[in-house]
Design a protein around this ligand. Structure first.
Ligand SMILES: Cc1ncc(COP(=O)(O)O)c(C=O)c1O
Length: 437
């Protein structure tokens, strides 16, 4: 079969896929059947065809496409090394396992403490425990919902060696305050950016400010590779360690395998295992999808920001009743969703609001996993709590998130605002006049 014939076949398949998507993929808001889902697909015919072409090549396991996507992604953040893997959770596991590996320069050691915000995701914290480290849980700032930098001062002790921040819902942490403290106390900085692709602080991409940054490409995130994740770093040694651990402890995918192969001339260099390891590898179709998605990121984030700005403006009059997450000063928020926290003095609970919105076809979810210190999984393992963690507990009890994504159009925003106003109108007898719809 000639190359030209192949190209013609792919072109015809592309037309069919495009026609299918046009007929079936309608994610716009329709007032006659109003639904606002938390997530809609970010991919369409272009991405599906990239996956199809990757499958047709029959080269599906990690190879050239993954390598190319790693470079494309790292460069988009003005960084050098990307190590793609199969989820954001795997990215966190790989980053922490590499940092805690005895072969890594300035490694974390068993029993070392790592400060994490109480409002985080489970697999922000679990990899610390899985690698013999001790999570030290600190409270958040109630306005940005991110780690409160001053809590680092309270938390730091002789065994504390690192801080792992989470840019909650795409809101960049106050990195000036955090980096200052890391320098003051000699702490390594790890950025969990799994909710924050596209976000920046002071003009710098999140993920590029610490020793390692991690991202998720899960279906519901800013861009997707179906499942998927990536670690980024400027540290070649750490990148090489992540490549080893990603794949069985193997030297196969290293940038500089000769460092090992020359040392062990008696072992077949194709099958040289120099450390322990997992299998956290992504596939070629995932990378093919990511390569098409990444150039669309800025546009997707712009729509998330437009949606969030409209929600902020429309809901501001009700800030006696609930507060919306506020963008960090100096930050560029990429709005993974739109978090709302009901004030303790409001005459209704978050559960009431959640039920009303569900009945109106508006999906909600808790804000990350609430206060991780309240999750049963953490109770099973050594950890340290700093202070009462009241802010994170308040968010867990009274918070919910609604949609703010690329596919929420003006109609969707207007509908969410109208339904929230209708909900509040039920309480018009018990709230002050200035808060009333
Ligand atoms: C802060 C944070 N870290 C890690 C993850 C894990 O990512 P994944 O779902 O791709 O495993 C998530 C998931 O959304 C997250 O919100």
């Amino acid at each position: 079969m000639t190359t030209q014939h192949n190209a013609e076949l792919i072109h015809r398949m592309g037309e069919l896929v495009r026609a299918y998507c046009e007929h079936n993929h309608d994610f716009a808001f329709h007032p006659d059947r109003p639904v606002v889902r938390l997530h809609e697909p970010t991919f369409g015919a272009d991405e599906i065809m990239a996956v199809v072409e990757s499958l047709l090549s029959t080269q599906v396991t990690m190879g050239e496409r993954v390598l190319a996507f790693e470079r494309q992604f790292a460069h988009s953040l003005r960084m050098t090394h990307g190590v793609m893997n199969n989820s954001g959770s795997s990215a966190n596991l790989l980053a922490i396992a590499a940092l805690a590996n005895r072969e890594t320069d300035n490694c974390l050691r068993p029993g070392d403490e790592v400060i994490v915000p109480a409002l985080s995701w489970s697999t922000t914290v679990w990899p610390l425990i899985q690698n013999g480290l001790v999570p030290v849980i600190v409270d958040i700032d109630p306005v940005t919902l991110n780690i409160d930098p001053e809590q680092i001062d309270r938390a730091v002790g002789p065994k504390t060696k690192a801080v792992m921040v989470v840019h909650v819902y795409g809101n960049p942490c106050d990195m000036t305050a955090i980096i200052q403290r890391c320098q003051r106390y000699g702490l390594q900085l790890i950025e969990d950016c799994c909710e924050a692709l596209g976000a920046e602080f002071d003009g710098r991409a999140v993920g590029s400010m610490g020793r390692v940054g991690t991202f998720s490409f899960y279906f519901s995130h800013h861009i997707t590779t179906m499942e998927g994740g990536i670690c980024v770093t400027e540290d070649l040694g750490l990148a090489e360690m992540m490549r080893i651990l990603r794949s069985h402890g193997w030297t196969r995918n290293l940038q500089h395998p000769e460092r090992y192969t020359e040392k062990y001339p008696d072992i077949d260099p194709r099958f040289l295992f120099v450390n322990v390891g997992f299998n956290l590898r992504p596939t070629e179709p995932q990378a093919a999808m990511g390569a098409v998605q990444l150039p669309k990121l800025a546009g997707l984030v712009a729509n998330r920001r437009r949606c969030a700005a409209q929600l902020q403006a429309s809901l501001a009059p009700f800030n006696e009743l609930f507060s919306c997450q506020q963008e960090t000063v100096g930050g560029y928020h990429s709005w993974f969703g739109f978090p709302i926290v009901v004030n303790s003095t409001a005459p209704f609970s978050a559960a009431h609001l959640r039920r009303f919105l569900a009945q109106s076809g508006i999906e909600t979810r808790p804000i990350i996993c609430g206060n991780i210190a309240h999750q049963p999984g953490l109770q099973l393992y050594p950890h340290r709590l700093v202070g009462t963690l009241d802010c994170a507990t308040h968010v867990m009890k009274n918070g919910l998130a609604i949609a703010s994504h690329h596919a929420v159009d003006e109609g969707g925003v207007a509908y969410m605002v109208e339904r929230i106003r209708a909900f509040l109108a039920q309480y018009s007898h018990s709230v002050t006049a200035s808060s009333l719809p």
